[in-house]
Design a protein around this ligand. Sequence first.
Ligand code: UD1
Length: 381
Amino acid sequence: MGKKILCVVGARPNLMKIAPVIRALKAGQDPFDVCLLHTGQHYDNAMNDQFFAALGIPRPNINLDVGSASHAVQTAEIMRRFEPVLEQEAPDAVLVVGDVNSTIACALVATKMGIKVIHVEAGLRSYDRGMPEEINRVLTDQISDILFTTERDAAANLQREGIGAERIHFVGNVMIDTLKSQLPHATPMSETLRQSGVSEAFLKGKSDYGILTLHRPSNVDDINILRSLITTAAKISETLPIIFPAHPRTRGRIESYGLMDLINAANIVLLPPQGYLEMLGLMKDARLTLTDSGGIQEETTALGVPCITLRHNTERPITVSEGTNTITGTDPQKIFAAVNNVLKTGGKSGKSPEFWDGNAAPRIAAVLHEWLGPTQQRHVA
Ligand code: UD1
C-alpha cells in the first residue's frame, strides 16, 4: 500500500472538492492509501448524503457525527473526537479542503500531533475577519505544510503572512474538476421543478429565470438585511422569475422572521436545498445568479453565467477580474443596477481562469507523490 492520506470532509461545499481529489489519489501505479473521515458538521440528506451518491464519493471510513452547534462547541467537539482517530489511523498526512469549521479543527489536531497537513484551496482572502471562514482560512494556512492554490494571487496573500513559497503550489480549482466531469449529467431545470412539485407556469411561458441563494450569517441572521434582500428579489422577480433553493439556516430565518408572505406574494419559487446535479442544471441555464456563496461565484465563472454577489467583498477576486462576477453588496440600488445591466447587455461573459481545466486534482496527486516520497518497501524478515 502507498503512503496513507486521511482526507477530511464536514460540510456540503467540501464534497465537490474532495471527490476528484480522492479519485486522483487512488489512481496510478502507486496509489495512496486513502481514508475518508466525515466530521458530521452537515448531516441532512439534502446537505450531505445525496452529494455522495451523485459525485461517486466512497462512503466515509469514519464519521465523527458532531452535528450542529455554536462555533466553539462544534470546533471543539470535532477536535476532541478527531484526536483518538488520528492516534489509531496514524496517517502520513491529513488533507483538508476549503474553509469550514471542520477544516481548521482537523488541521489543528493533526499539526499538534506532528502529522503533516495538506490544505486544498489555500490562500483565498476576503480580508473580512467578520466572516468565520476568513478566520478558518488564515489559521489553517498557517499550520499547513503544503498549500494548494486555485488562483495565482493566493500565493501573494500567503507570502504576506510569512508562508514560504516552497510550501505553495498553484494547481487550479478542484471544484471545477467536478463541474466539468458532471456537466453532461446535470438535471434539467424542468425536471428539478417537477421533482419539487412546482409548476413551470411561474415562468409565464418564457425560459428566462434567475437563481437566488443566501446562507451567510451576515445576510440571513439580521432581519433587516434579510428582509431587504428578499424585497429586492421580489421586485426583480416582476421581470425575471426567481428560483430560490434555500439552505436550512436560511429557511429557518425566513420562517422565524415572518418573511414567507413576501416570498409567496412574489414570482419566487422557494425550493429545498438541491443536490449537486440539480443545482448545476439550474445554474447552467439561468440568465443570472444572485448569491452570497463562494463556490457559486466560481461555478458561474466556469459556466459563463453572470453572477451578482450579495456581499461587500470576495475571497475569489479572479471571478471578478476574469470571470462573470459583479460584487454589489446588499444595497438594493446596486443590485437593481447590476441586474438591469445583465438583462440589457447580457452581462460579463468572462473567461475561464488558468488551470480551471478539470485537471487540478491530478496535479495535486503528482505534487504529493513527490513530496511524500515513494512507498517504502516492506521487508519481511
Ligand atoms: C457552513 C460553513 C460555510 C459554508 C456552508 C455551506 C462554517 C463556519 N461555515 O455554514 O462556510 O459555506 O457550511 O452550507 O463552517 N443545518 C441543517 N442541516 C445540516 C447542516 C446544518 O439543518 O445538515 C442547519 C442547522 O440549523 C445549523 C445551521 O444549518 O445550525 C448552520 O449549519 P453550520 O454547519 O453551523 O453552518 P452553515 O451555515 O451550514
